[in-house]
Design a protein around this ligand. Structure first.
Ligand code: GLN
Length: 498
């Protein structure tokens, strides 16, 4: 098997540094793989020319001081990050043909360290969804197949393309965003590692906004170490985003190997649902056993307001979205509906927004507008804000009682077939995020790592949640759990046109 096959970021960095591979080799290798993997629909834009010329530059400077920390590493980016001179649509028709004149802070940080951009990745429209099915590009497809069916499966959402691309080895790592679980759920569905940093750890500048008080960017990678490396690069205060914090950024990689003996791992009883499938309960139990055997102390905890997380999220996220999405009016950028000459400005707004937004986005805008309207603001929006505080306090109480990290499943099920959740009942889709949403409401960091397979041979992830600004804690425990669980499976490449 070629040395380029299934490389992790840290391994690739080593090989590049030692001159055993070149950035051009590596980039061409991925570009061919991407070309041969159209069936996955993971990429919505390929930036081959830019990638090759950057790779040539990287090879030139590989031995010099200028090389940077990611010199020659091919990475792909969720279509929600604005990329200079590269089409960015957040998988929506309303941003048709939008080419930003600026680069998001997070992606700029990657390119400054001389990472190479392979292209933009498919996602749910405006990051609203859990299955990638709301994308204007059609769904990305999960590279994994169930043991007993040939159905195409969802890669999860909204960063479905980002997770599918890493799992199918179409890039070394990718960037996603997580508002209610959109990095962790797809990571779990695809057997890869997904990290949502503390709210405020990374700048949101240049990321198309969904719900500004919840959105965070984060890496999707093959290993926990790769996740730590990328987190270090994308973190830090940015004067263009007042919610990015002036906090010291520790060297996350340096903590990976720390001893976890004596660490206190909290197991929240509210995450044990009556209808959780047995395979998920078993996976969780195995994770507990592995950490116990590694010397951690397992402690039962309670997060009493967990059951109100989803209802609160589905008031707050749409409220913020309705306000953020008000800017798409057909005047300034993106799609403009064709009009008759005597139609007025109101007609322009109406037609542009009716034709430009998909059904799920419209649903969120309507819910959001409703809960913010004069008669209902207190009953819904303000109530949800209060619930959000209670959820945050639950976590604070647990962490201040001495718990180091919390262990839960990432998702209540493995990946499901595309088109299988009834569109008429969005709540069924929303339930996917039951274990991930509380983390966003509380602004905490969390990571999903693959630790086992379902009875149908699909990957399943466990989630580690930490206190604010303590990503090193979850990375440390995740690193150990990754080692103990030894998840060494890859999807069989049925999708490749050779
Ligand atoms: N699935 C959730 C939603 O639809 C979360 C999305 C996200 O994290 N971007 O809102």
């Amino acid at each position: 098997m070629s040395v380029l096959h299934n490389l992790t970021l840290s391994k690739a960095l080593n090989l590049l540094k030692k001159g055993e591979i070149t950035a051009v080799n590596l980039t061409e290798h991925y570009l061919i793989k991407i070309q041969n993997s159209e069936k996955l629909n993971a990429f919505c834009l390929k930036s081959s020319d830019v990638a090759i010329s950057k790779a040539e530059y990287c090879d030139k400077i590989m031995k010099s001081e200028k090389r940077g920390k990611l010199c020659g590493i091919p990475i792909a980016i969720k279509d929600i990050f604005c990329t200079e001179n590269q089409k960015t649509q957040a998988a929506s028709k309303i941003l048709q043909g939008f080419v930003p004149e600026y680069e998001s802070t997070v992606t700029a940080k990657l390119w400054n360290e001389n990472a190479i951009m392979l292209g933009k990745l498919n996602m749910d429209e405006f990051a609203m969804g859990s299955s990638n099915e709301t994308s204007i590009y059609g769904p990305a497809v999960n590279p994994w197949k169930s043991k007993n069916s040939d159905d195409d499966l969802t890669p999860g959402g909204s960063s479905g393309g980002s997770a599918a691309a890493v799992a199918a080895d179409l890039c070394i790592a990718s960037m996603g965003t997580d508002t209610g679980g959109s990095i962790r759920q797809p990571a779990s569905f695809n057997g890869v590692v997904g990290l949502k940093p503390t709210y405020g750890r990374c700048s949101r500048w240049g990321i198309i906004a969904f719900a500004s008080s919840l959105d965070q960017a984060g890496p999707i990678t093959k290993t926990v170490r790769d996740s730590a490396i990328l987190l270090n690069i994308i973190s830090g205060h940015d004067k263009r985003d007042s919610t990015s914090a002036k906090k010291l950024v520790p060297d996350f990689e340096a903590f990976l190997d720390d001893d976890i003996r004596g660490k206190k791992i909290g197991i929240p009883k509210e995450y044990q649902l009556n209808d959780t499938p047995e395979e998920i309960t078993k996976l969780w139990g195995n994770g507990i056993t592995l950490l116990k055997e590694a010397g951690a102390e397992i402690i039962n905890i309670s997060l009493p307001h967990t059951q109100y997380s989803l209802p609160a999220y589905y008031v707050l996220a749409p409220a913020e979205a309705s306000s953020n999405l008000a800017r798409y009016d057909g005047v300034r950028y993106g799609y403009r509906a064709p009009l008759e000459s005597d139609d007025g400005i109101n007609e322009l707004y109406k037609m542009t927004r009716s034709e430009g937004f998909g059904d799920e986005v419209k649903r969120r805008i309507m819910i959001g507008t409703y809960v913010l309207s004069a008669g209902f603001y207190e009953a819904y929006y303000q109530k949800a804000l209060k619930v959000r505080s209670l959820i945050e306090e639950d976590f604070n109480a647990v962490f201040s009682s001495g718990i180091d990290v919390i262990l839960t499943p990432t998702t209540p099920t493995p990946a499901f077939p595309l088109n299988s959740k009834i569109r008429e009942n969005p709540v069924e889709m929303y339930l996917n995020d039951i274990f991930t949403v509380p983390v966003n409401l509380a602004g905490l960091p969390a990571i999903s790592i693959p630790t086992g397979l379902s009875k149908n041979n699909l990957p399943l992830g466990l989630q580690l949640i930490g206190p604010k600004w303590n990503e090193q804690e979850i990375l440390n425990v995740a690193f150990r759990l990754e080692k103990e669980a030894n998840f060494n499976y890859n999807p069989i490449s049925w999708w490749e046109d050779k």
